[in-house]
Design a protein around this ligand. Structure first.
Ligand code: PFF
Length: 460
């Protein structure tokens, strides 16, 4: 077997991982979930979830990947735990599943880059969206988006993913800063900042009350509802539970500090989500649009609609949707790489062949979502509420209880941290993080089987 590929540089790995993390989750979902759940209060809870739960979890995936230098399924076997391969399978299936409909949304974004140039959606953005979101048009653009993803992955780790993300991630950052500065100059955008950035902490208060003489503690406000959303959002946004971070870390060749890399990724991922909010929310306020409408409608209808009525709307539209496209692509390649890595590690097949073949299968799986947005919503809800938390839970249980001490040593390799830091991490994985994921999973299942799911796409 030929030698396994590696990243050329440490920065290359970090940028690729940030590229995976920063995607539609940051620009499409994050600002609108924040708006939907009352603005800055959600932001605070999200940040706590990202650093307190997402960071320990991302480190768990890094440890599995770097220690094994194998794909997300083979890794468990190589570490000596053949019976735990099902956790890898779950991650791989989750990634496959998510990419199928993510690519449909990527297709919409592609269409909006062109539509901004020609002003196609400027007349009635809602009507335009319903005309392109499902059916033959959506299928065609889903195919183009997948073809782009396949094109990058076919070139490999160093020449494909690393080269592409080295250019993509800095461009996303620079352009979002420029757009945020521009949004600041729009008349009427002012109140958007207060809404997005000043939390109503009374919503986060713990209250102690008594019923029949028994004291019980409850959250003031909707915190119980916000927490599971914030935790799922942090997982999705950090590309956890999809095999992506295990796979990317498996190409690390060296003793760098995983802790430093993980922290850098969480910081950048949060920063870009906040920047996206600083573009989108003030823009909506400037247009007098209620930002809490949520979901696809907000980006493809309200934000797009705003471009129709501002100076240089076409240019801004092309730049904005261009950034969204780059972010979506740099995420999608990480999910295709999960399955490609598995195939290459196990079979005598060439990377380009596998990338094309698996890209085609993912395209087929995405057809229902491209045909009818009700399917897309169903795919997304199942991923968010079942696959993702279950897959992350599997990883945490494995790393926390089964793998244990060697995981701790792997985390500390290449750092100057003492044993205590590693032990704290392991303890966190076993307790707080574990508990948060169990609660998220249970609440997700309750919503999935008993409640009303929020539709991410408005009825067309
Ligand atoms: N972290 C990605 C995001 O926030 O968009 C999650 C992701 C979804 C990665 C879909 C890759 C992907 F294909």
């Amino acid at each position: 077997m030929s030698e396994r590929e590696t990243w050329a540089t440490r920065a290359g790995f970090i940028l690729a991982a940030v590229g995976s993390a920063v995607g539609l989750g940051n620009i499409w979902q994050f600002p609108f979930k924040t708006a939907q759940f009352g603005g800055a209060t959600f932001l605070v809870v999200y940040l706590v979830a990202a650093f307190g739960i997402g960071l320990p979890a991302i480190l768990a995936e890094f440890v599995i990947g770097r220690k094994s230098n194998l794909n997300t399924i083979g890794a468990f076997e190589k570490l000596g735990y053949r019976n735990w391969r099902f956790v890898g399978v779950l991650g791989l299936v989750t990634g496959f599943w998510i990419l199928s409909y993510y690519s449909v949304v990527g297709g919409w974004v592609l269409r909006y880059v062109g539509g901004s140039l020609t002003g196609a959606y400027f007349g009635d953005s809602a009507a335009y969206f319903s005309s392109i979101a499902a059916g033959p048009d959506a299928i065609a653009l889903h195919a183009v988006f997948m073809a782009l993803v396949v094109g990058i992955v076919a070139f490999g780790i160093e020449d494909g993913i690393e080269k592409a993300t080295k250019f993509m991630v800095p461009s996303i950052l620079v352009i979002l800063v420029a757009l945020a500065a521009w949004a600041f100059t729009l008349p009427g955008s002012g109140p958007g900042y207060g809404y997005f950035l000043s939390p109503d902490l009374s919503q986060l208060r713990l209250t102690v009350a008594t019923t029949d003489g028994f004291p019980f503690v409850s959250f003031g406000g909707p915190l119980a509802e916000i927490i599971p959303f914030a935790v799922s959002q942090a997982f999705f946004s950090l590309s956890l539970g999809m095999g992506a971070m295990i796979t990317y870390a498996s190409y690390i060749d060296g003793d760098e500090s995983l802790f430093g890399d993980g922290a850098t990724i969480v910081v950048f991922n949060s920063l870009i989500g906040i920047l996206a909010g600083l573009v989108v929310i003030p823009l909506l306020f400037a247009q007098g649009v209620e930002p809490g409408s949520g979901g696809a409608g907000a980006l493809f209808i309200s934000v797009a609609g705003a471009f129709a009525s501002i100076p240089f709307g076409r240019v801004v539209g092309v730049v904005f949707f261009g950034v969204v496209l780059v972010a979506a692509l740099s995420s999608a390649i990480s999910l295709l790489e999960v399955v490609v890595a598995y195939a290459i590690d196990n079979y005598a097949v060439s990377r380009p062949q596998v990338a094309v073949g698996l890209g085609a299968v993912i395209f087929l799986l995405g057809l229902p979502s491209a045909w009818d947005t009700a399917w897309l919503t169903w795919f997304d809800n199942l991923a968010y509420q079942l696959f993702l938390p279950l897959s992350v839970l599997g990883i945490l249980v494995f790393v926390g209880w089964v793998f244990g001490r060697p995981a701790l040593e792997e985390l500390l390799r290449g750092t100057s941290f003492g044993h205590g830091v590693g032990a704290t991490w392991l303890w966190t994985v076993r307790s707080v993080v574990f508990l948060a994921v169990v609660v998220t999973l249970v609440l997700g299942l309750v919503t999935l089987f008993g409640g009303q799911d929020p539709a991410i796409v408005p009825p067309l």
